[in-house]
Design a protein around this ligand. Structure first.
Ligand SMILES: Cc1cc2nc3c(=O)[nH]c(=O)nc-3n(C[C@H](O)[C@H](O)[C@H](O)COP(=O)(O)O)c2cc1C
Length: 367
């Protein structure tokens, strides 16, 4: 953990409500990201070394990106690379603006290094986000790093109308993202996870394919899975996704499953409804990544996310089959120096194993 964050940031942020702390952090990063001095300050504190990789035909400085949900409105895009992330996923964005669930809706279980959230896709809607991204580009504030957009279903739209909802957002944001993640796995929009099932899924993907076919450029579309699916249901979704031209998978979203923590603060947080993320999610996310890698015979790139908070957990995820990785909760519990710490450690591991690149480590457990 970096000294400035440990001494000033973490104690202050721990005293206040989780969502307020989050908003303060994103607002500060938005400001820092908007001018070159601010960016240089962040870089001098948090810049990560390189560990080049190529996925989806795109170059990444290293495999670690910011997971969806942190920068919901794509406000701080210029700041994330300065915190050492090689790529970032903004959103979830829905076709229509929505407030999300009533507050409080985000909780920290400190002893478990876990968060529970039931945000419910609070976001200004696809058109407003696009307007802000148009403005960002015109001001020369578009980062050089790959950017992904996370697309969710609007709450007021039924699953029967989900194909039109997802595909409209894909169309609206097409020029403002390098890759797209269809989020059919958030536990906080009623019925959303049913979209992972056969019938609904193929209709959503068909509608997105109509939009993709109309565009002149290729952009990868990924599907983000829940950790709570039975393996056989998950693999059925994988089959449909592959036959519908999905280019990659993100594993996983947050879980609704719980255990009983020993610590009483954590126990009361775990009683909250919503999706659990952070350290307790790691085992199942790894399992899903291993399953996907084996089932797809390593042919489809996987983004591993869930409980990555150390060099070893990042290395495990990559060795299990993830070409790219992401984190969210570890940024809350350990602060921004977690990125450079992980990438320095991965560099060492690549050398210790005599690999020529990090790409050689992808799926190594299966070889
Ligand atoms: C407050 C919060 C909001 C999130 N919002 C989204 C979202 O909008 N879309 C999405 O696909 N995942 C969302 N996620 C899930 C994360 O992207 C990630 O999959 C999950 O937190 C596991 O990673 P972690 O253990 O590193 O936090 C959210 C997570 C949190 C904690």
């Amino acid at each position: 953990m970096g000294l400035p964050y440990r001494v000033f940031g973490k104690p202050m942020l721990r005293l206040i409500d989780s969502e307020k702390a989050h908003s303060i952090s994103v607002a500060a990063l938005t400001n820092f990201g908007q001018n070159s001095i601010g960016r240089r300050v962040l870089e001098s504190l948090y810049q990560a070394p390189e560990l080049q990789t190529k996925v989806f035909g795109m170059d990444f400085n290293h495999p670690l990106g910011l997971a969806a949900g942190f920068d919901k409105k794509a406000q701080a895009l210029s700041a994330w690379p300065c915190l050492g992330f090689s790529w970032m996923e903004y959103g979830g964005i829905t076709r229509y603006p929505q407030d999300g669930n009533p507050k409080p809706r985000m909780f920290r279980a400190n002893k478990e290094n876990a968060l529970i959230n039931r945000m419910g896709f609070n976001n200004p809607g696809a058109l407003a986000v696009r307007d802000s991204l148009v403005e960002r580009k015109s001001k020369g504030l578009w980062p050089n790093n790959p950017i992904a957009a996370n697309i969710g279903r609007s709450k007021k739209v039924s699953n029967d109308d989900a194909p039109a909802d997802y595909s409209a957002t894909l169309d609206i944001l097409w020029d403002y993202s390098d890759l797209f993640v269809l989020n059919i796995s958030s536990p906080n929009t009623p019925g959303l996870r049913e979209l992972q099932e056969e019938d609904h899924l193929s209709k959503v993907l068909d509608a997105c394919n109509i939009i993709r076919d109309r565009k002149h450029d290729f952009k990868p579309v990924l599907l983000k899975f829940s950790p709570d699916m039975e393996d056989d249901v998950l693999l059925k979704s994988v089959e449909i996704a592959i036959s519908s031209g999905v280019n990659g998978f993100v594993a996983t979203n947050t879980t609704v499953s719980r255990y009983t923590p020993k610590n009483s603060q954590s126990r009361s947080v775990f009683a909250q409804k919503g999706g659990l993320s952070g350290r307790p999610l790691k085992a199942r996310s790894l399992e899903v990544v291993n399953l996907l890698y084996e089932y797809t015979d390593s042919k489809i790139p996987i983004v591993g996310v869930g409980g990555i908070d150390s060099v070893d957990s990042a290395w495990d995820m990559i060795n299990s089959g993830a070409s790219l990785i992401q984190l969210y909760s570890a940024l809350v519990f350990q602060g921004p120096s977690i990125t450079s710490h992980i990438i320095k450690g991965l560099n060492k591991k690549v050398k210790q194993n005599n690999f020529s690149s990090i790409q050689e480590a992808v799926g190594y457990y299966h070889k």
